[in-house]
Design a protein around this ligand. Structure first.
Ligand code: ADP
Ligand code: MG
Length: 238
C-alpha cells in the first residue's frame, strides 16, 4: 500500500457524479502530478484526500491508516491552494506559526522552526509584514511556508502557481522541486498545465471526467499514450 491510497473513490454532488471509481496508489516520497482539463475533478479529489470533502463511496488511506472518516485537522497533511488563503489581519510570522500555536508546540520550537523555513524561502526580512504588503510571489511563498512548518507527511498543491506571472511561476516551480529534493515529502500536485506536469511529476495521473484515464511516468505517457485524449493532452504528436 502507498503513502496515499485511494480505493474506489466516487463523489457525487446531488445527482451529478464528478469522481468515478478512482483508485490510485502514491508511494512514500513520490511527487505525483494530477492533471486534467478544467472540471475533470482534480480539486475535488485533492479535497477528498485532505478531508475537506467527503467521498460518496470508497476509502482514503494515509500511511496505511484508513482516514476516510477522519476530519481534515486530524490528517497529517498540508495543503497549498492557488488563492493563498492567508489570514489578512495576521503578520507573515503569525500566518506561518498559526498551526503550531494551535497545536500548542513549545514557543522556542515554534520560533526556531519558523525562522528556519523563513530563511529557506527568503522570507526572513518579511516576517513582520501583513499579507497585503507582499507581492503575489511572496504571498505564495508564505502559503508554502505555512504548510512546511507543520512538517506534514503529505503535501497537497492545488494549482499553486496559477496566480503568478510567467517568471515567478518558473521560480516558485523550482522552489517546490528543491523542497521535494530536500525532504522527499510525499506530494500530490494538481495542474492543468502539461509542461508543469512533465517537468515536475515522477508519476502523472491523467483525469478525465472524474475518471483515471492513464497513470505513468512522464516518459511513459509521452511515448505510450493509451488514448487519443492522453496523446492530445500530453502525448507526443501521433
Ligand atoms: P477541476 O479542479 O479539475 O477543475 P473540480 O474538482 O473543481 O474540477 O470540479 C469537478 C466537477 O465538480 C465540476 O463539474 C464542478 O462544477 C463540480 N463541483 C465541484 N465542487 C462542487 C460543489 N461544491 N457543488 C457542486 N458541484 C461541484
Ligand atoms: Mg481545480
Amino acid at each position: 500500500m502507498g503513502a496515499v491510497t485511494l480505493s474506489n473513490v466516487s463523489k457525487s454532488f446531488g445527482a451529478v457524479k464528478v469522481i468515478r471509481d478512482v483508485s490510485i496508489e502514491i508511494a512514500e516520497g513520490e511527487f505525483c502530478v494530477l492533471i486534467g482539463p478544467s472540471g475533470s475533478g482534480k480539486s475535488t479529489l485533492l479535497r477528498i484526500i485532505a478531508g475537506l470533502e467527503e467521498a460518496t463511496q470508497g476509502n482514503v488511506f494515509i500511511a496505511e491508516n484508513d482516514v476516510t472518516d477522519l476530519p481534515a485537522k486530524e490528517r497529517d497533511i498540508a495543503m497549498v491552494f492557488q488563492s493563498y488563503a492567508l489570514y489578512p489581519q495576521m503578520s507573515v510570522r503569525e500566518n506561518m506559526n498559526f498551526a503550531l500555536r494551535l497545536a500548542r508546540r513549545p514557543k522556542a520550537e515554534i520560533e526556531a522552526k519558523v525562522q528556519e523555513v523563513a530563511v529557506m524561502l527568503g522570507l526572513e526580512e518579511l516576517l513582520d509584514r501583513l499579507p497585503k504588503e507582499l507581492s503575489g510571489g511572496q504571498r505564495q511563498r508564505v502559503a508554502m511556508g505555512r504548510a512546511i512548518v507543520r512538517n506534514p507527511s503529505v503535501f497537497l498543491f492545488d494549482e499553486p502557481l496559477s496566480n503568478l506571472d510567467a517568471k515567478l511561476r518558473s521560480q516558485v516551480r523550482g522552489e517546490i522541486r528543491d523542497l521535494h529534493q530536500r525532504w522527499k515529502t510525499t506530494s500530490i500536485y494538481v495542474t492543468h498545465d502539461q509542461v508543469e506536469a512533465m517537468t515536475m511529476g515522477e508519476k502523472i495521473v491523467v483525469l478525465r471526467d472524474g475518471r483515471v484515464e492513464q497513470v505513468g511516468s512522464p516518459l511513459e505517457l509521452y511515448d505510450f499514450p493509451e488514448s487519443l485524449f492522453v496523446a492530445g493532452f500530453i502525448g507526443s504528436p501521433a
